[in-house]
Design a protein around this ligand. Sequence first.
Ligand code: ZN
Length: 41
Amino acid sequence: MVPTDLRSSWLHLHWYHWAGHDAFSGSTLYACRCGVVRPGF
Ligand SMILES: [Zn+2]
């Protein structure tokens, strides 16, 4: 897992795209091209 880069995280609006499923929570994961990943909405 790549740590979130705070310097880039606020410089743009994240464009999340489907990145797979979280095996632990069972939710869908979305990732921005900058590396930020968050669970499905
Ligand atoms: Zn981003």
